[in-house]
Design a protein around this ligand. Structure first.
Ligand code: 0L1
Ligand code: MG
Length: 264
């Protein structure tokens, strides 16, 4: 990866992202001030944010794959998903009230979440290895929150912003990944009782486990692995749906049950 930012610039941009997240305040995309910023620079900022939060005592539970749909990848000109880290503090209980006053412009995605029982690592991780290393899968909602004004960002900026990670909710029934056909599960997401998305899990790169394999590949490029016991969100099955106070969202997953959240 081609790093161009100095350590001082990485620290400065991490300050900006950290403050935007903590204060729920929109900021211009980072490339406005640093037009030469590369994807490696974006990950350097994300990794510095992760280092700071962990040093402050926050617990990382796993990782997320983002930009996993073909349409979004074409739009951003990428062929591997972006990744972001997930902390325990981002979790919200199933069916609970999720505050929106500490978010900038929240949107909800439905995703298959994986919990691993074995370590995954390397540049050539396969779908089969992911499935063998998976303890169980379960349905989840990811509440993303881009910190960039008007949702105007590029790949470098969104990677620095930890892939818009903000909150997540898990629910339904945990299932062994090998007991169900993970590539062809139907998913319906309803907002306030109206269906807003009708999709199938194949929308995630053909198979959600392929997105996890590519996440492991990106981790390898960053000098990291995926330890046993990781929680991994494999990417949106359909487009993100904007939410505001008063909205109720439920996603019903074939074979896996439902997961819901209400927003206040
Ligand atoms: O999880 C995701 O796919 C979101 C990636 C970041 C882009 C966005 O905020 O829409
Ligand atoms: Mg997502």
């Amino acid at each position: 990866m081609n790093l161009t930012l100095s350590p001082a610039d990485i620290a400065l941009l991490t300050d900006r992202i950290d403050a935007a997240q903590k204060n729920a305040q929109a900021i211009p995309k980072l490339t406005d001030d640093f037009p030469g910023m590369t994807l490696a620079d974006g990950y350097a900022v994300q990794m510095e944010l992760r280092r700071r939060w962990r040093a402050a005592g926050l617990r990382q539970v796993g990782w997320k794959a983002g930009l996993t749909s073909t349409a979004k990848m074409l739009q951003m000109g990428v062929s591997v998903p972006s990744i972001g880290f997930l902390m325990a503090a981002m979790a919200r209980p199933e069916g609970s009230a999720v505050r929106t006053d500490d978010l900038v412009h929240p949107r909800v995605e439905c995703e298959i979440a994986f919990v691993t029982k074995d370590r995954l690592a390397g540049a050539h991780c396969t779908r089969e290895e992911v499935l063998a290393a998976t303890d169980f899968v379960l349905p989840s909602l990811e509440i993303i929150d881009s910190r960039f004004s008007g949702f105007k960002f590029d790949l470098q900026s969104v990677v620095a912003d930890n892939g818009s990670a903000a909150r997540y909710v898990t629910g339904g029934r945990p299932r062994r990944a090998t007991d169900i056909d993970l590539a062809s599960l139907g998913v319906v997401m309803e907002k306030n009782g109206e269906p807003v998305t009708l999709a199938a899990t194949a929308a995630v790169m053909g198979h959600p486990a392929d997105a996890v394999a590519l996440l492991v590949k990106v981790l390898d490029e960053l000098g990291e692995d995926l330890p046993a016991g990781s929680f991994v969100m494999s990417g949106a099955i359909s487009e993100a749906v904007a939410v505001k106070p008063g909205d109720n969202v439920i996603a019903r997953f074939q074979e896996l049950g439902s997961v819901s959240a209400r927003f206040v």
